[in-house]
Ligand binder design. Structure first.
Ligand code: OGA
Ligand code: NI
Length: 346
């Protein structure tokens, strides 16, 4: 039997996941302990008022959510429904193409700017995850679009339109987060150098034993903020007070989370929170995170305004490219990469 690189193409006993996907007993999703209640889910913020008289109310809601959850959802975000439907549709088409057509884009090198891969980092991890993903760098778009898959034929156009719209949203959110910290609205945008934006099209096939494996194990995102689009199949969970909360899909709503760089810039006022994706027996799931980033050469450090005698600087300065390489090399095994960038006194 030929070796299969992608989970979508695996040939296995229909009732059992292959052994390399099985987590040790101490590291399983414990799906019966997940909090499913809608009332306890993460806050939904209406961005309608962002540019009007409700501006400070919206900023206050953003600040509260960042402090209490590290996560929030946004509605009336300005990204047209058609743009969202198109990118979800073309992603589904991509993952349903024949194996040989998909594999033209395969690479296991995390630093490649366009690549199809599987799990998280196949070069470093011991247990595999039940996920395939197409990762695309997308800002500045003209530097990368020629690398993107030319099949399905509308992928470049649909993904580009989506990226441009989500970038506008990301800039507003980063401005709001900056203001919520008491910084100038453009402080964080300026700290990101020339800016960067990546996205992943995540594909989680149905899984015969979702209680034994993960789509993605608990992790924090290394970037500035992540804007997640998910289809109508649940799977995302967020850690809150030691419990995993399910974030069930609300149509036309994005899920936003603080990444490690906001934790650094805010000098630990806002925390980059652990989250994970679980799989299920019946339905494939697609999620599309946009990772808004500094440019690789941008120097990251806590904002001087947030450092004083009571709050000494927690992190040393570093370039984003240094952080990003460490993130991919250490894998998702231990929980956060931030500890490697703390000052010796912190
Ligand atoms: C990620 C991520 C969650 C999901 O790709 O970093 O957290 O629901 N994805 O796919
Ligand atoms: Ni993530």
């Amino acid at each position: 039997m030929a070796t299969k690189v992608l989970v979508s193409d695996l040939i296995y006993d229909v009732n059992h996941v292959p052994t390399n996907y099985i987590r040790p007993v101490s590291d399983r999703p414990n799906l019966d302990q997940v909090v499913q209640s809608f009332d306890h889910s993460i806050p939904v913020i209406d961005l309608q008022g962002f540019n009007g008289s409700m501006h400070f109310d919206v900023i206050n809601q953003i600040g509260q959510a960042c402090q209490n959850y590290g996560f929030f959802q946004v509605k009336n975000h300005g990204v047209p429904k058609e743009v969202i439907d198109n990118v979800l549709g073309v992603s589904r088409e991509f993952f349903h193409m024949p194996e040989s057509e998909r594999l033209k884009n395969y690479s296991d090198d995390p630093l490649k700017t366009t690549r199809l891969s599987t799990s998280f980092n196949v070069k470093t991890e011991k247990v595999s995850n039940w996920r395939d993903f197409l990762r695309l760098h997308c800002y500045p778009i003209e530097d990368y679009i020629h690398e993107w898959p030319s099949n399905p034929p509308s992928l470049r156009e649909d993904a580009a339109e989506y990226c441009r719209n989500v970038r506008d949203l990301a800039l507003r959110l980063v401005e709001g987060i900056s203001e919520s910290l008491g910084l100038k609205g453009d402080y964080i945008n300026k700290a990101l150098g020339k800016h960067g934006q990546h996205m992943a099209l995540n594909f989680y096939p149905p899984c015969p034993q979702p209680e034994l494996t993960y789509g993605l194990p608990g992790h924090a995102d290394p970037n500035v903020i992540t804007i997640l689009l998910q289809d109508d199949v649940p799977g995302l969970q967020v850690l809150k007070n030691g419990k995993w909360l399910a974030v069930n899909p609300i149509p036309n709503t994005f899920i936003v989370n603080i990444g490690d760089q906001i934790q650094v810039l805010s000098n630990d006022r806002y925390k980059s929170v652990l989250h994970r994706a679980v799989v299920n027996c019946n339905k494939e799931r697609i999620s599309i995170p946009t990772f808004y980033c500094p440019s690789p050469d941008a120097v990251m450090q806590p904002a001087p305004e947030l450092i004083d005698d009571d709050n000494p600087g927690v992190y040393r300065s570093f370039t984003y490219s240094e952080y990003y390489q460490k993130f991919w090399n250490r894998g998702l095994e231990t929980e956060t990469c931030l500890d490697m960038f703390k000052t010796s006194s912190a």
